[in-house]
Design a protein around this ligand. Structure first.
Ligand code: NIG
Ligand code: FE
Length: 422
């Protein structure tokens, strides 16, 4: 029995032909199927292709639902590969302070920023975090994101870091959303350890990492490698410890200053280096050597009013690019991948097609999910979005408004503009 056939669609599959993130000109081909159809069974894409062929092939089969999308565009659901979405409380007052000229690091060093969200998260119960996360998932679905990565890093203590990661686990187990969890215990230096960072690093390495790895609470480990936060040496030690426990590495690198963090990409098996506003030529070669994906977050540069990451240079050197919201209450408070696509195109110089690839297939590879999501290929999850219009060009072009007509997660509609479409 077939659950769903979606027909009469302009499908852009972003085809996973290389079984890896797309590099250079590869990212410009979105693999278009005109008047296409998708066949869904048990949450998986059973078949996809031109509608006439597909309908003939499944003639006589029992089909639960047939959906005619009347020529609208269909794309893979967006994959957001870098978020700090497990939080409660917002920081609009700091936003105002930044508008008045205070810098992001100044606010952090004065005990605000990440540290103020840390206080809110420590005070919250597991249920509070789960509820906040579910509300945020509804917004992600609303804007077309079907899977996202989410980091801890607002707990900064054994109990609170684990509480954050458990919130993601609860949501995954309930099937409310699909979150890829990352342990970011080294996101800031907790106030209690301001004078003894080494003691905190030891807790991260000797207590948090072993527990988190053993209990499958994270797939990745990340460090905020930055002036006044963690040095490249400390970052190396923390990531190395995580890798030895079976986690895969990511780095917040070259966001505010280039201090040699991206260069670690080639030394450790780093899956992605993220931010890269200040990346240098040696950083770019390290990414290339390390087979590392560059995750660019133009919403953060936009919100902090910083220069943009040199996306074209990175692409021209043959490093694959993914894009992300960085969704967090400080430096980039948005769940909207469509807005990030607009910024990527208008402010980082990506072609619209490159931006779509970066927001789907390459983003999936950046979180180790390329074999399951990120493109509309047979055997992958039926995570897709139906746009209001017939072309993906409307995403960057008609900016600031929601281009999503319907969002499907594992073949189930999780957002729809109209309750009945056919
Ligand atoms: O990716 N750079 C560090 N972490 C986040 C910001 C988190 C926050 O400000 O709450 C980022 O920009
Ligand atoms: Fe971040």
């Amino acid at each position: 029995m077939i659950d769903l056939i979606v027909k009469n669609a302009n499908i852009f599959t972003v085809s996973d032909i290389y079984k890896r993130a797309k590099i250079g000109p590869e990212a410009q081909d979105l693999s278009f199927i005109k008047r296409g159809a998708i066949v869904v069974k048990d949450g998986i894409i059973l078949d996809i292709g031109p509608q006439d062929e597909i309908l003939k092939r499944y003639e006589g089969e029992e089909i639960k639902e047939v959906l005619d999308v009347e020529g609208r565009a269909i794309l893979p659901g967006f994959v957001d590969p870098h978020t700090h979405a497990i939080f409660v409380g917002t920081r609009e007052k700091e936003f105002k302070m930044r508008l008045e000229g205070r810098s992001y690091l100044e606010i952090l060093n004065a005990g605000g920023g990440i540290l103020s969200t840390t206080q809110r998260v420590r005070d919250a119960s597991l249920e509070d975090l789960v509820d906040a996360l579910k509300e945020r998932i509804d917004i992600f679905y609303e804007w077309g994101t079907t899977t996202f990565e989410a980091k801890s890093g607002y707990g900064l203590s054994y109990d609170a870091e684990i509480k954050q990661l458990k919130a993601a686990k609860v949501v995954n187990e309930e099937g409310y959303g699909e979150i890829v969890p990352t342990f970011l215990g080294a996101h800031a230096i907790p106030v209690e350890y301001k004078e003894d960072k080494e003691a905190y690093i030891n807790i991260v390495i000797n207590e948090m990492i072993p527990y988190i790895a053993e209990n499958n609470l994270a797939r990745f480990i990340d460090v905020f490698c930055e002036v006044g936060v963690y040095t490249p040496d400390e970052t190396y030690r923390i990531l190395d410890a995580g890798i030895k426990h079976g986690l895969r590495a990511k780095i917040h690198a070259d966001e505010i200053e280039a201090i040699g963090c991206t260069e670690l990409a080639a030394k450790l098996d780093v899956v992605s280096c993220d931010h890269l506003l200040k990346i240098t030529p040696s950083g770019i070669s390290a990414l290339k050597k390390g087979n590392t994906i560059a995750v660019l977050l133009p919403g953060t540069a936009f919100s902090l009013r910083e220069e943009r990451a040199p996306a074209r240079k990175i692409i021209d050197e043959g490093v694959p690019i993914a894009i992300s919201t960085d969704c967090n209450p400080g430096s980039s408070y948005t769940e909207s991948m469509p807005f990030i696509i607009t910024l990527s195109v208008l402010e980082m110089g990506l072609l619209p097609e490159e931006a779509i690839t970066a927001a789907t297939l390459n983003a999936a590879y950046a979180i180790g999910m390329g074999n399951k999501i990120g493109s509309l290929d047979k055997g992958k999850q039926a995570d897709f979005i139906v746009l209001k219009e017939d072309s993906y060009l409307f995403i960057p072009y008609h900016y600031g408004v929601n281009p999503i007509f319907a969002t499907y997660k594992k073949g189930k509609r999780v957002k729809s503009v109209a309750t009945t479409i056919n």
